[in-house]
Design a protein around this ligand. Structure first.
Ligand code: PEP
Ligand code: MN
Length: 258
C-alpha cells in the first residue's frame, strides 16, 4: 500500500478536515460532502472522545463505524479517527478505518501508547501521533518510537499545542519551538499542525494555520462542522465547510524552511 505520509510526494500541504465528533449519519454527511467536493481526501471524525472531565459528550463509539463505511459508498475519502486502547484499534480495523491518530491525552502515558502499539503490530495502518498535553518533547518522541518499534512505518505527527493553567490567548499554547526541535529528531517525518485545538476559537484558526505553513509544516488538520454552534464537542473552534474553503484559499505558500 502506498504511504500516505510520504513527505517527498507532497507539493502542497496535506489537508485533513472533518468534525470534532461524529454525531449522526446526517451530521457526518452534511459536513463531509462539501469538504470532499472541495477536494479534501482525508476526513477526520471522533468516535471515541477523551474528555478532560466526565459529563460531556464522549463519542458515540462503535455504533458510528458502520455509518462511515456506508458513506464511503457515496463519497471517496479516507477516514481518520482517534484510538486510545487496543479495543478501539480492533473495532476500527474491523470497520475499515483508514488512518488512526493517538490523542494528546494518550501520548502522555507510555503504557497506553505501548498497548496501542502492540495492537497495531502486524498491520500497516498509517498512524498520526499528537504531541502530549504537557510540554514534554521526550514523551512525544517516545510515543513515536513505540509505534515505530511495533513495525508501523507510515507515521506523521500532529502539533496541537500544550495545556495552560487559566485562560490565555490560546486554548493550548503552541510553543512552536517544541515542534521545531521535534523535527531535528525526525527530519523526514511529516509534521501536521492542528490550529483548531491550539486556538480553541474560530477567529484564531486562520492565523495559526498560516503560521504553521510559514514554519514549513507539511499539513493541517482542521475541525469543520456544518452547523458549528450546535456541535456536541468543540463548538467554538469548528468552521463551516464554506469558511474552511475560504481559509484554505487565503493561505499563502510556505516561506521559511526549518
Ligand atoms: C480531537 O482531535 O478532537 C482531540 C480530542 O484532540 P486532542 O487530543 O488534541 O485534544
Ligand atoms: Mn476536537
Amino acid at each position: 500500500m502506498e504511504a500516505i505520509f510520504e513527505k517527498s510526494q507532497l507539493g502542497k500541504p496535506l489537508i485533513i478536515a472533518g468534525p470534532c465528533s461524529v454525531e449522526s449519519p446526517e451530521q457526518f454527511m452534511s459536513t463531509i460532502t462539501p469538504l470532499v467536493n472541495q477536494g479534501i481526501e482525508i476526513i477526520r471524525g471522533g468516535i471515541w472522545k477523551p474528555r478532560t472531565r466526565p459529563g460531556s459528550f464522549e463519542g458515540l463509539g462503535s455504533i458510528a463505524l458502520p455509518w462511515i463505511q456506508d458513506s464511503k459508498k457515496q463519497l471517496r475519502f479516507k477516514f481518520a479517527t482517534e484510538v486510545a486502547s487496543a479495543r478501539h484499534v480492533e473495532e476500527a480495523l474491523k470497520h475499515g478505518v483508514d488512518i488512526f491518530w493517538i490523542g494528546a491525552r494518550s501520548t502522555v502515558n507510555p503504557f497506553t501508547v505501548q498497548e496501542i502499539a502492540e495492537s497495531l503490530r502486524g498491520t500497516s495502518i498509517p498512524v498520526m501521533i499528537k504531541n502530549p498535553v504537557n510540554a514534554d518533547l521526550s514523551l512525544w518522541i517516545g510515543a513515536v518510537e513505540r509505534i515505530q518499534k511495533a513495525g508501523i512505518s507510515d507515521i506523521a505527527v500532529i502539533h496541537r499545542g500544550f495545556s495552560n493553567f487559566r485562560d490565555v490567548v490560546h486554548r493550548n499554547s503552541p510553543l512552536w519551538q517544541i515542534a521545531v526541535e521535534f523535527r531535528t529528531y525526525f527530519p523526514d517525518m511529516m509534521m501536521i499542525n492542528d490550529p483548531s485545538h491550539i486556538s480553541g476559537k474560530r477567529s484564531l484558526v486562520p492565523i495559526i494555520a498560516q503560521k504553521a505553513l510559514d514554519l514549513n509544516f507539511d499539513g493541517l488538520m482542521i475541525e469543520s462542522h456544518y452547523t458549528p454552534d450546535l456541535a456536541w464537542s468543540d463548538a467554538e473552534q469548528q468552521l463551516t465547510p464554506e469558511d474552511l474553503q475560504l481559509l484554505l484559499q487565503n493561505l499563502k505558500t510556505r516561506k521559511v524552511r526549518f
